[in-house]
Each structure stands twice: as structure tokens, then as C-alpha cells.
Design a protein around this ligand. Structure first.
Ligand code: ADP
Ligand code: DP6
Length: 437
């Protein structure tokens, strides 16, 4: 195997399952996006001390060096500002691998344009033209994010690339271990055990996801010993990641609202209400979950319909987009999106958390009148960040044109994204040459 290898992992949109996914009783529907985080890893001549260097040339001060200190596999950062996600990924992997031979790995990170604002950037293409990335002047912490899960992608590609080279493995052989390690590192960097759907999507791609029990990771945080880490990472975790993808001809359209929301604040409001009113919350969670599962079921039925009779399926999509007849499976899709919104609106009113605030309600109602639109939701934690629509693919251009001159959509920027269902992938290192010059 070549000494240079490259990997990429996708960003995400949580289409259904926000808040519920924090509880291992419920499933969520997560779509992986065409916006990906990349890592190019190279083994360099070994120096006096074993070290890992990470460069993120698209951002100011994007340079971090970590040295391994002793036989305990302790890591010390010797260059760069604090980057908790990079630090946690490097530290955890070394503790897990216990490398006995000296090493000097150099990783270069590249992130696709969708993760961050595109203002004040310069585009740079790789030598062979296969990849293009935007370069910012500011350090990463000062560049506005879009909420597609940059830290989950980052931790996943750093973990994936290092474990692949240390173990001299292909991704498929070690994917579950990469997942477990990335979840642990991401939780450690965030100082909390979240639902982990973003890391799971970065590794496994578009998935129906049910979370692991927080105790799996808590146990290690309480006893952060090497043996414990190895035991936990090598164990089979009790969680669900079943591959999924949108049915053919149906496209996810994401609109950036650039209002911004703080997920932790929204989550704490919802959890407070849930504790204070267990009966009402239980009922609402159950109803919201039924609507979420109706969406999953409708998408599944549409796949089956496509496999059984493709021309009939395409005909139904056409009829829907020209506003005449709607087939029963497409009607179920419309109904499920509508129901999800009703329950998220209830959650908004009962908790006081701006999950589907009035402005988003007005916007989503307007979106429903667009040609070929099945409906839409506020993804993830909701708020003023974004909207996600499911639309007939052949109508996308018309939607983009129509909304450009319609004042109801003046605060929406349609994102240049689509579903790319694949999780972490090995890439061709030649596609990244001459980027960081
Ligand atoms: N391209 C990158 N290079 C280096 N660090 C990055 C990069 N992208 C993200 N990060 C790290 O992830 C942090 C953002 O994580 P977070 O606040 O969880 O946002 P997101 O919702 O996009 O995951 C950044 O402050 C930085 O530490
Ligand atoms: C509320 C949640 O269930 C979903 C949040 O989804 P987002 O996609 O909004 O996530 P961030 O990128 O971290 O803001 C919290 C969770 O599952 O961690």
C-alpha cells in the first residue's frame, strides 16, 4: 500500500428524529450529504520523537503538532492553538493503538465548501482538477458554520486515517472500531455524551439510527485507562445503523436561513419540560415518533414501488409534480411530513424552545406550494438555521428559479448539496495534489 492515503466522510441532515434521538427508545432518519471532510495522511521520516502533525490549510493558524511522551502513550501538544476535536482524536487513537514502533504521520485536512460560510474565500483546485476547496483567512474558530457537522466529520476522518495506517487495514475491516473511537473522541472534545447521530452518519452514511446507551462512554470517562478504552472500542455496541437512501427521483433540498440557533439551549429547554411533565411529553414523543416512522415507511414503500414497476413509479412522480393525481405512497410521504411538523410545532409551543418558530412555519407553508414539493421540516434541533425539503428531482431548477423572484423566500439561500449516501470512504490521494501550495 502507498505511504500516502486519503479518506473522506460526509456531513449530515437529521430529517426526522430531532430530540427523540437522544433517547435510545427512538429511531431517527439521517441523510448523509455531498459536503465532506477529507484527510490526506502521509508517513514521513521518523524523527527523535514520535509525532502526529495536522494541517488544515484552508484556515488561519490551522497547524497542530502532538508528540507521544512515554510508554503510557501520553500525548502532548507541542505546536498550535487548542483544537479540542483534533486533540481528542489524536490522543484517543494513540491510547487505543499503543504504537510500539516510532512514527511520524502528517495529516492534511480539507473541508468541502458547505460546512462554512463562503464569504471572503479564495477557491483552490487540485492539480488534476478533481477537488476544489475554499480558503479562508481567519482561524477555524472565527469562521461561521452552517451546522452540517464539521467536527463529527473531522474526528471521523482523523480517526479513520490514523487507524487505517496504524493497522495497515482497509476501511471495511475496521469501520466499527473507527466509529466507536470517533464517538468517544467527539464526546470527550464536546465534554458531553450526545446522541452521536452526526458521527454515525460520518462513518456509515445515510442511516436509520438508534443511539448507543450513554453508559458505554460514561464508563470509560470514569475510568479512562487504556485497557478500558480497548475493551469498549473492541466491543459490539448496542446501536442501530441501517443503511437508507432517498428513493430515486426524490431530492433533498436544503435552504440556509442564516438566522442561527444554539442547539444546547434548545435541548436543555426540551429536556427540562420533559422532566417536569412526563405524561404529556411521553404522549407527544410517541406521536412524533409515529409520524417519523410513517416517513421512514413511506420512503421504504416508494423504493419497493420503484423496484416493482419503474415506469409506473416515474409516472406517479410526474403526475404529482404537475399537480394532478397523487398516488397513495406519495400521499403517505406528504402526510408524514405534515404530521412531523404538527408535532414539532406542539413541542415548540409546550417547551418554549424555538424549534419550528412562526417564521419557519410561514416559510415551510410557502414551500409546500412550490411545484413538486412533498413538504419540508426544520432539520435536527430546528430553529432558525435551515429548512429541509423533499422534492421531485426534475422540478429543482424550476423551484430555484421561482423562489428567486418571490419575496416569501428572500431570506433562503438554497444550498448546493444533495444526498450522498456513502459514509467514510478511501479516496485517491492524487486528487488532493497541489492544493496547499
Ligand atoms: N476544517 C477544519 N479544520 C480544523 N478544525 C475543524 C475543521 N472543521 C471543524 N473543526 C473543529 O470543529 C469545531 C466546530 O465544531 P462544532 O462546534 O461541533 O460545529 P459543527 O456543528 O459544524 O460540528 C471547530 O471549532 C474546530 O475545532
Ligand atoms: C436536538 C438533537 O437531537 C439534534 C441536533 O441536530 P442538529 O443537526 O441541529 O445538530 P448540531 O449540528 O449539533 O446543531 C440533539 C442531538 O441529537 O445531539
Amino acid at each position: 500500500m502507498s505511504t500516502v492515503r486519503a479518506f473522506s466522510a460526509p456531513g449530515k441532515a437529521l430529517i426526522a428524529g430531532g430530540y427523540l434521538v437522544l433517547d435510545p427508545a427512538y429511531n431517527a432518519y439521517v441523510t448523509a450529504l455531498s459536503c465532506r471532510m477529507h484527510a490526506v495522511i502521509e508517513s514521513r521520516e521518523v524523527a527523535a520523537k514520535s509525532k502526529i502533525t495536522i494541517d488544515s490549510p484552508q484556515f488561519g493558524k490551522g497547524h497542530w503538532v502532538y508528540e507521544m511522551k512515554d510508554e503510557e502513550f501520553r500525548v502532548e501538544q507541542v505546536e498550535g492553538d487548542l483544537n479540542p476535536f483534533v486533540g481528542a482524536a489524536v490522543e484517543t487513537i494513540l491510547k487505543y493503538v499503543e504504537p510500539r514502533e516510532s512514527f511520524n504521520y502528517h495529516i492534511t485536512i480539507y473541508s468541502d465548501a458547505g460546512y462554512h460560510t463562503q464569504q471572503d474565500t479564495r477557491a483552490v483546485k487540485s492539480g488534476n482538477g478533481a477537488k476544489q476547496f475554499l480558503y479562508h483567512l481567519e482561524p477555524i474558530g472565527q469562521v461561521a458554520k452552517t451546522g452540517l457537522g464539521s467536527s463529527a466529520g473531522l474526528v471521523s476522518v482523523i480517526t479513520g486515517s490514523l487507524l487505517s495506517v496504524f493497522k495497515k487495514s482497509s476501511l471495511d475491516e475496521i469501520k466499527d472500531k473507527i466509529h466507536n473511537l470517533a464517538q468517544i473522541s467527539h464526546c470527550y472534545a464536546q465534554k458531553k455524551v450526545g446522541s452521536g447521530f452526526d458521527v454515525a452518519a460520518a462513518i456509515y452514511g445515510s442511516i436509520i439510527y438508534r443511539r448507543f446507551h450513554a453508559s458505554v462512554i460514561d464508563e470509560y470517562f470514569q475510568n479512562p485507562k487504556q485497557e478500558k478504552l480497548q475493551e469498549i472500542v473492541n466491543n459490539q455496541w448496542d446501536f442501530k445503523h441501517v443503511r437508507c437512501a432517498l428513493p430515486p427521483g426524490i431530492k433533498l433540498l436544503m435552504g440556509d436561513i442564516s438566522g442561527g440557533s444554539e442547539t444546547p439551549k434548545l435541548v436543555s429547554k426540551v429536556l427540562k419540560w420533559k422532566n417536569e411533565d412526563p405524561n404529556t411529553s411521553k404522549l407527544l414523543y410517541e406521536n412524533l415518533n409515529s409520524a417519523n416512522m410513517s416517513l421512514v415507511n413511506a420512503l421504504d414503500q416508494l423504493h419497493k414501488e420503484y423496484e416493482e414497476n419503474e415506469s409506473n413509479y416515474r409516472d406517479n412522480l410526474n403526475k404529482f409534480s404537475t399537480n394532478s393525481i397523487i398516488s397513495s405512497n406519495l400521499q403517505s410521504l406528504v402526510n408524514s411530513l405534515h404530521d412531523i411538523r404538527q408535532y414539532l410545532k406542539k413541542l415548540t409551543n409546550l417547551t418554549g424552545a424555538d424549534i419550528e418558530p412562526e417564521l419557519q412555519t410561514i416559510l415551510l407553508d410557502a414551500c409546500f406550494t412550490l411545484p413538486g414539493c412533498f413538504g419540508g421540516v426544520v432539520p435536527g434541533a430546528g430553529g432558525f438555521d435551515a429548512i429541509s425539503l423533499l422534492v421531485v428531482e426534475s422540478k429543482v431548477d424550476q423551484i430555484l428559479n421561482q423562489t428567486m423572484s418571490d419575496s416569501r423566500f428572500s431570506n433562503v439561500s438554497w444550498l448546493n448539496l444533495h444526498e450522498e449516501a456513502e459514509g467514510i470512504l478511501e479516496e485517491n490521494p492524487a486528487d488532493y495534489k497541489d492544493l496547499s501550495a
